[in-house]
Design a protein around this ligand. Sequence first.
Ligand code: NAD
Length: 450
Amino acid sequence: MPLRVVNPATEEQIAEVERAGVDETDAAVAAARAACPAWRAVTPSDRGRLLRRLATLVEEHGEELARIESRNVGKPIAGARAEVGMVADVFHFYAGAVDKKHGETIPVAGGVDMTFREPLGVVGLIVPWNFPLNIASWKLGPALACGNTVVLKPAELTPLSALRLAELARDAGIPDGVINVLVGKGSVVGQRLVEHPDVAKIGFTGSTEVGRSVMKGAAQTIKRVTLELGGKSANVVFADADLERAAAAAPYAVFDNAGQDCCARSRILVEKSAYDRFAQLLIDATRNVKVGDPDDERTEMGPLISRQHRETVASFVDTSPLFQGEAPNSTGFWFPCTLVEATNDDRVAREEVFGPVAALIPFADEADAIRIANDTPYGLSGSIWTENGARALRVARALETGVLSINSNSSVRVATPFGGFKQSGFGRELGMHALDGYSEVKNIFYATEH
Ligand code: NAD
């Protein structure tokens, strides 16, 4: 049965897409495998040129791609444009990176020892629905730059932008078979990629639960895996912070993308002596978040991805909230910005809500803040707000998390490494670090003595 693709803001069907099964997955892996020798033989400068062309085509089709993403995910159009801008930047970055990840020569007796960065072969890329094109590009860029060919599986709910990107890649001159996009169920296409003996690596972004099964399945063939999983990040606000700035920024660190963000700072930890004042400032700032039609240029938050997901999100608000904003009362999977007071033991503070619900949690002092922030199985992201520079660095070093920002909630950049500690996964995306995950080090000794 074909897949119905729906706009979550209107509940209307916007496309129908054929669903792939195991046979189509095997065919895509075979096509990617057949394309491997020619793709790795493309000279580095030409491979860079092809990626640069793709980046340029993404820019030229930026508005079209942003509209696709906005309609399919319910993202506000302004945010969708920024995401597509990042996709182009990612391909520009890896176009330039192709010939900048060097091997080494190592001093040894009797000859020359050298290392090469070899491609892995066929890599399977499995991505979620919350940032479909962005996260696909974070994997495609380094995978292609290193000379791999790929089979990309977008989430079933949001396949449209990946399908369009594959067409643009063809227009850019990237040879057939290098990028294969397969729309289908995770338990069918995803699982087959994980098990397939000709797939050398899985680059996975999604929930910790599915990540665990990917890791287990990959063990069968000792597949490489990069896992970018869930988060429950802390936004730590000390009493000596610029409270107005911290409170004005905090809503966007959790309500952006309707809270469907692995980096969402959904636990807002506030020092007790500043708690009441900060809570009032936060309520005022949250009231200003513009929720509504994703097509409206001023909209800051759209709907959730699906009816089922809205039910899950709603289940986290089981007490009277500190504050709940407005949301359209019409068709669409709307949920208002919600602030709740909690302890770190409450379900809303322990589990990933993946919706616009933030938990306010008081702390006593610096040690207490570190203890609470680290008291979670996750370790993806987080923020620290203080005017005391030494404390900012001290706390940053103590937090068990992969990506942090100080006096800011922005920690995702094209050129800098991104990834988690603990059950938020392992391996790094973006920046030059991502190339490590898509290449294998080969060591060669060449005897020079007779
Ligand atoms: P999900 O784990 O349900 O699905 C992710 C992808 O895995 C989808 O393409 C899905 O079809 C596929 N999949 C499902 N079952 C599979 C299986 N058995 N084998 C192989 N693939 C399978 O996640 P989601 O609901 O799409 O996305 C939300 C989750 O993603 C959240 O937990 C969020 O934190 C996480 N996420 C993490 C990051 C990060 O970089 N750390 C970024 C975005 C989202």
